[in-house]
Write a protein that binds this ligand. Structure first.
Ligand SMILES: [Zn+2]
Length: 421
């Protein structure tokens, strides 16, 4: 018995202490292992389990105060050591962690490096798929408004990407996917423009476009104040509803086997041939728009507001101006219900497509949600202030996945939930 354990090579000698480092946007855990050591890593949802056969650790519970790691547990079994990393953002096979093996800094051992972040997501190329086909809604012609948030003199949030630009990138992709499925799409903008320099007039014009359409989708990216930028990532979708409704968190929708969207070639495909340079994904042909603030230093946000979209005027939710009041197509309660259903479908398919952190379906009184006369949602596709997620939003494959999730959610809503007039 003793010989067998000695044969494992490590009995009686504990591994060196786990090393933990706080990096921008992720936590790095390093295990110094002997050269011959093997390991298995299993995502358990709320924790990541690392099993080390024939190794010895001092059992114990350790608490850590980092956005991506709240603590770790070490357990010793007869033939193996187990390390359990407690991750508040969660881990799945597609998200939450990355690993690599490096040579030891000294000696002939090895380092097992585990990086933890809620912004580690699926950025692989989206597989091509056959066309989406309406079945229940056969024969109906749907009409949708896609609103790329901000534009012109209003950049929105600024980080590794500028919000108005990434909003448009995604809005154009969503338009193509919806059009491929036979949906008529109206854009509130197709370039770096806005209806008006005056925010209220601009937003009023945007929602006016929605009159008589089936639904309105506004596309945004989020940002957090620099002091909290490290800890905030993930996607969320808003609808207008009563205050104080708690967010809820629908599970990811499987992308198969229901009808799939066609991903036919278009000029945008040039953007999908992303090349990685020094680990930083770049968007070839990313629009160089004049007058952008520098890429460092996010605009200061008031208080702890997680979003910079509504500007201060928007926050006050002033009624629209300069246009006749549109006629609601349905009563407010019905519109809220349908908007919530649409938000739920879009969140689920975005999660399915990206494996991003789920910040859920939320209520807000954003202007474009409150005053639109048709079911309306506002998508926050991630925090560009987050050191990792901000880079995700520069990755064309990731934008493809975001766009697919939005379009697929919209199509499933139209197929299953849109009320017959
Ligand atoms: Zn915005």
């Amino acid at each position: 018995m003793l010989l067998a354990l000695l044969g494992g090579g490590a009995w009686g000698q504990s591994l060196p202490p786990v090393r933990i480092g706080d990096q921008p946007g992720f936590t790095r855990v390093v295990l110094d292992l002997p050269k011959e050591a093997t390991y298995t890593i299993e995502p358990l949802g709320a924790a990541l389990r690392v099993t080390l056969p024939n190794q010895t650790v001092p059992p114990g519970i350790h608490f850590v105060t980092l956005p991506e790691l709240t603590g770790y547990v070490m357990e010793q079994f007869e033939d193996r050591a187990v390390l359990i990393l407690l991750t508040p953002q969660g881990v799945t096979a597609r998200s939450g962690f990355k690993t690599m093996i490096l040579a030891a800094l000294e000696g002939d051992g090895q380092r097992l490096v585990i990086d933890l972040s809620g912004a580690f997501v699926d950025t692989s190329p989206l597989p091509g798929a056959s066309g989406f086909r309406f079945v229940k809604a056969n024969g109906r012609r749907f009409s949708v408004v896609v609103d790329a948030g901000h534009g012109g003199s209003d950049p929105g949030a600024v980080g590794p990407v500028v919000e108005k630009a990434v909003n448009l990138e995604v809005a154009l992709r969503v338009r193509r996917l919806l059009q491929d499925a036979g949906v008529e799409v109206t854009m509130t903008r197709e370039g770096d423009t806005a209806f008006s320099l005056d925010k209220r007039t601009d937003l009023t014009q945007r929602i006016a476009v929605a009159e008589g359409k089936n639904l309105f989708v506004s596309i945004h990216a989020n940002a957090m104040v620099p002091a909290h930028a490290d800890g905030w990532c993930g996607l969320e979708v808003y609808y207008f509803g009563p205050r104080n409704i708690r967010p809820f968190f629908p599970p990811p929708a499987p992308l198969e086997p229901t009808p799939q969207l066609a991903l036919t070639p278009s000029p945008l495909d040039a953007l999908s041939t992303t090349t990685q340079t020094g680990g930083l994904p770049t968007l070839p042909g990313y629009p160089a728009l004049p007058g952008y603030p520098a890429l460092t230093g996010y605009p200061a946000l008031p208080g702890n507001e997680p979003d910079v979209l509504p500007s201060s005027e928007d926050r006050k939710a002033l009624p629209p101006q300069n246009l006749p009041t549109p006629t609601p197509q349905m009563n407010l309660l019905r519109r809220m219900e349908l908007s919530r259903t649409l938000a739920t479908r879009v969140v689920s398919y975005m999660l399915g497509a990206t494996a991003a952190l789920n910040r859920g379906v939320r209520v807000s009184d954003f202007f474009v949600l409150r005053y639109t006369t048709v079911p309306a949602i506002l998508v926050e596709m991630g925090y560009l202030s987050h050191p990792v997620e901000g880079l995700n939003l520069r990755n064309a494959h990731y934008l493809d996945r975001i766009s697919y999730g939005i379009a697929r959610g919209v199509l499933e809503y139209l197929e299953n939930d849109d009320p017959l007039e």
